[in-house]
Design a protein around this ligand. Structure first.
Ligand code: NAD
Ligand code: ZN
Ligand code: ZN
Length: 355
């Protein structure tokens, strides 16, 4: 089969590789859409160490079942499906608590990190355990389905904030995750959602997607603006979706006493923690990793249009265009959001831009 192979760092090529074998509890999915994630771009150049070549990347995918293993129940050939990016074991302590994102034996599709190598979905076919599958509603296109992983990340972060409704919220970062988190916060009933970013074009998107206020500011300036908007009190919850020293610091300064900061962004390995401020103002710092069971809700919210993903899809392109899209993303070309690759033969979707 045809696959987009990272044969060495910064070198992707279309290669002919064997169709993956299908274990008893697995299905073979003919991939119809697979999104390029920021983590794939950080793996591509070797900076994250999580995509050691040779590897076929890709974990934000959807497609049609082409074969099922002997022990698979409930799915058949021809079903339209998506799947969790996390391959969890289903048996460890954390899986049994439904915290599958924390699975002791967690693997991520399309990751090769020294401990394991798991072929991903930038290929005609990918094999995945049936336990991570979700059947797609007819209303969802494959391209939209490729966005469900990111939508689930946003829903998970907002779930961990334990909102009761009518809270004021600040989302820091209006990238892919921030823009979805903004929408998830709205769905959760926040009365006011402020979005901050340093990039004005991202803030325009935030406004289109329902932000009540957009602040083009960072650090001290951001803090003073948020305090001004909230009458000096601060917001009930901050959803941090950048992950840098200055944005985590600003998140802590923008939340009210007793409020919650959900940490989703993780670009920096370490940040400075203003310990006494966190303790004396009794702030809850809550990390959020991937998702744990949010896919069904993500499917429902995207199908119903309550969470919009169309404006975040920059292009749907054939697998053959993968190397050039990776290069453009790596060069940080402005205005690129999600690129979705479609490995099906005869796909004639080059440069098709979603509205
Ligand atoms: N916890 C998880 O499970 C999880 C999952 C996916 C992504 N992430 C992390 O979430 C973060 C966001 O991911 P993304 O895909 O949206 O990235 P992205 O590159 O699309 O967006 C990042 C945004 O942050 C903005 N930004 C950069 N510096 C800023 C500053 N000082 N102040 C305000 N805004 C600033 C950028 O302009 C950009 O709009 C990353 O750190 C990523 O690693 C975490
Ligand atoms: Zn991802
Ligand atoms: Zn497990």
């Amino acid at each position: 089969m045809k696959a987009l192979l990272l044969s060495e760092y910064k070198h992707l090529e279309i290669a002919d590789v064997a169709v993956p074998g299908v274990g008893a509890g697995e299905v073979l999915v003919r991939v119809a859409a697979c999104g390029i994630c920021g983590s794939d771009v950080h793996g591509y150049d070797g900076s994250s160490g999580r995509r050691i070549p040779p590897v076929v990347m890709g974990h934000e995918a959807a497609g049609i079942i082409a074969a099922v293993g002997d022990e698979v129940k409930g799915f058949t050939v021809g079903d339209r499906v998506t799947f969790d990016s996390t391959v969890y074991c289903g048996e460890c302590e954390f899986c049994r608590r439904d915290e599958v994102n924390l699975c002791e034996n967690r693997q991520v599709l399309g990751v090769s990190c020294g401990e394991y190598r798991r072929a991903g979905a930038f290929a005609e076919y990918v094999a995945v355990p049936a336990r991570i599958l979700y059947r797609l509603p007819d209303a969802l296109s494959f391209e939209e389905a490729a966005m469900l992983e990111a939508v689930s990340v946003a829903l998970h972060g907002v779930r961990l904030a334990e909102l009761k409704g009518k809270e004021t919220a600040l989302v820091i970062g209006a990238g892919m995750i921030g823009l979805l988190t903004l929408q998830a916060a709205k769905v959760a009933g926040c009365s006011l959602v402020i979005v901050a970013d340093i990039d004005a074009t991202r803030l325009k998107l935030a406004s289109d997607m329902g932000a009540d206020e957009g602040l083009q500011a960072s650090s001290a300036e951001l803090v003073s603006e948020v305090l001004r908007v909230t009458g000096g009190r601060g917001v009930d919850v901050v959803l941090e979706a950048v992950g840098r020293d200055e944005t985590v610091g600003a998140a802590i300064d923008c939340v009210r006493k007793g409020g919650t900061v959900v940490l989703v962004g993780n670009i920096a390995r370490e940040v400075t923690l203003p310990l006494q401020k966190v303790v004396t103002r009794q702030i809850r710092l809550q990390g959020s990793c991937a998702s744990a069971g949010e896919y069904p809700k993500a499917m429902e919210l995207v199908s119903s249009g309550r969470i919009k993903v169309g404006p975040l899809i920059t292009a749907v392109a054939p697998l053959e265009d993968g190397p050039s899209w990776f290069e453009r993303l790596h060069e940080r070309e402005p205005s690129l959001m999600k690129i979705v690759l479609d490995p099906r033969c005869g796909a004639n979707k080059t440069g098709e831009v979603a509205s």
